[in-house]
Design a protein around this ligand. Structure first.
Ligand SMILES: Cc1cc2nc3c(=O)[nH]c(=O)nc-3n(C[C@H](O)[C@H](O)[C@H](O)COP(=O)(O)OP(=O)(O)OC[C@H]3O[C@@H](n4cnc5c(N)ncnc54)[C@H](O)[C@@H]3O)c2cc1C
Length: 297
């Protein structure tokens, strides 16, 4: 029976004083403690009984987790405690990474984005995470603090399965860095939800394109797909098709079809697998056409 008065189960709130303390505590309580940032995924799962814990470890405030900075050599660094609203409103994000601001503002509502973080979106490892595709096509690299200190993980090698990542017991993601974008790039995120705001995606298509002398087509496109496979991923075959020949409407349509053939969606309450496949094709074509037109303005 559905509980008419849902609430959080009793658990201990832990606020470590340092990353070392956080990693040690999390490793010592491997099956009963988890870190949290905004809590917008964790609290819902705890309330619903899907996640059972004795300790929630608050990693906000630890070294580097509040950083939001742009360096013209290094790129954009977003700490684990930085909310989506902070990211989307930051002048350097708007100037250098407008596609990230677009992806972040596609998440739920303003109220939710006041708590939700990009790092939480990534670490939750949902196939539907709206900001993951943009961070992926921009070659994001995660900075992780573990039992042996700091190490880096490229986002493209982070996801293993729905809800599962390469993180080990004791690991805390401190931040993500997106390198300086390619000169003249254009990016977009197409999200199909059941309504205009506030819903997880049925399909999410991220496209980024930029002039590239090394490609026979003169351009390089990156395409990431969400909600259509166990993990968000890059449609590498479709990207390759767009690098080989001059870009035309037909080639874009062909690449969109190749993207559709790379997905393995499921049927669920949001949409059927068949519908998702066709929407991958349609939205990829739409996103590629939009980016291509802007690149040629
Ligand atoms: C009403 C509602 C609507 C939503 N709509 C959307 C939507 O439209 N699009 C979308 O993508 N998502 C949506 N979500 C999901 C959620 O809001 C996002 O995934 C959000 O970005 C999670 O960030 P958070 O900081 O709140 O994560 P948290 O709940 O704090 O953490 C999420 C997961 O990441 C892990 N984690 C968090 N921080 C760290 C860290 N520093 N190191 C290691 N692991 C960590 C936690 O252990 C947990 O497993 C929605 C959720 C709700 C409740």
């Amino acid at each position: 029976m559905i509980n008419p008065h849902p609430g959080l189960p009793e658990l201990q709130y832990v606020k470590p004083a340092s990353l070392v303390e956080a990693s040690k505590f999390l490793a010592e309580h491997e099956n009963t403690a988890k870190p949290f940032s905004g809590g917008t995924d964790s609290f819902v799962r705890l309330r619903d009984g899907v996640l059972k814990l004795d300790y929630l470890v608050d990693v906000k405030g630890l070294d580097g987790t509040n950083e939001l900075s742009f360096d013209p050599q290094k790129g954009l660094t977003i700490g684990a405690a930085v909310t989506m609203n902070r990211v989307a409103a930051h002048p350097d994000v708007i100037k250098h990474y407008p596609n990230l601001a677009e992806a972040a503002t596609s998440v739920a509502s303003y109220q939710l984005r006041n708590r939700a973080t990009i790092i939480g979106n990534i670490c939750n490892a949902s196939p539907a995470g709206d900001t993951i595709g943009t961070c992926m096509v921009m070659d994001g690299v995660l900075r992780v603090h573990g039992l042996d200190g700091i190490y880096s993980v490229p986002l493209n090698a982070f996801f293993l399965a729905p809800g599962r990542t390469v993180l080990k017991p004791g690991d805390v993601v401190v931040s993500i860095t997106l390198p300086v974008p390619q000169e003249g790039f254009i990016g977009t995120y197409k999200k199909l939800g059941r309504n205009m705001i506030g819903d997880l995606s049925i399909v999410g298509v991220t496209v980024m394109g930029y002039p590239c002398n090394e490609s026979p087509s003169g351009y390089r496109f990156r395409i990431a797909l969400a909600s259509v496979a166990p993990v968000p991923f890059e449609a590498l075959k479709a990207e390759a098709a767009l690098a080989e020949k001059n870009i035309t409407e037909d080639l874009i349509a062909e690449a969109a079809k190749v993207a559709m053939e790379s997905v393995t969606p499921i049927d669920d309450v949001r949409g059927s697998a068949r519908y998702r496949k066709f929407m991958v094709r349609n939205l990829t074509r739409e996103a590629l056409t939009e980016v291509w037109k802007k690149l040629n303005k």
